[in-house]
Design a protein around this ligand. Structure first.
Ligand SMILES: [Zn+2]
Length: 74
């Protein structure tokens, strides 16, 4: 089980456009609203969104953010 906690809900950028599963693991899946389907390439938009979501999640718990927000505190 690839449960790394943070990115479990973010599909891989090349994952199926309907369910986010990668092509080699896909076979047939059921997922509303499409029902049973085979792997289809994600749209460019989806790839971008997924990559952005991954990048956002990769930041260590807001540390980078707060460090950037409070640099003038002293
Ligand atoms: Zn799928």
């Amino acid at each position: 089980m690839p449960a790394k906690g943070l990115d479990v809900h973010i599909p891989s950028p090349g994952g199926c456009r309907w369910c986010g599963v990668e092509e080699r693991q896909h076979m047939q899946r059921w997922k509303p609203p499409v029902g049973w389907h085979t792997w289809e390439p994600p749209t460019l938009e989806q790839r971008k969104e997924r990559m952005q979501a991954r990048r956002a999640r990769q930041r260590p718990d807001g540390q980078a953010l707060s460090a950037a927000i409070i640099p003038l505190a002293s």
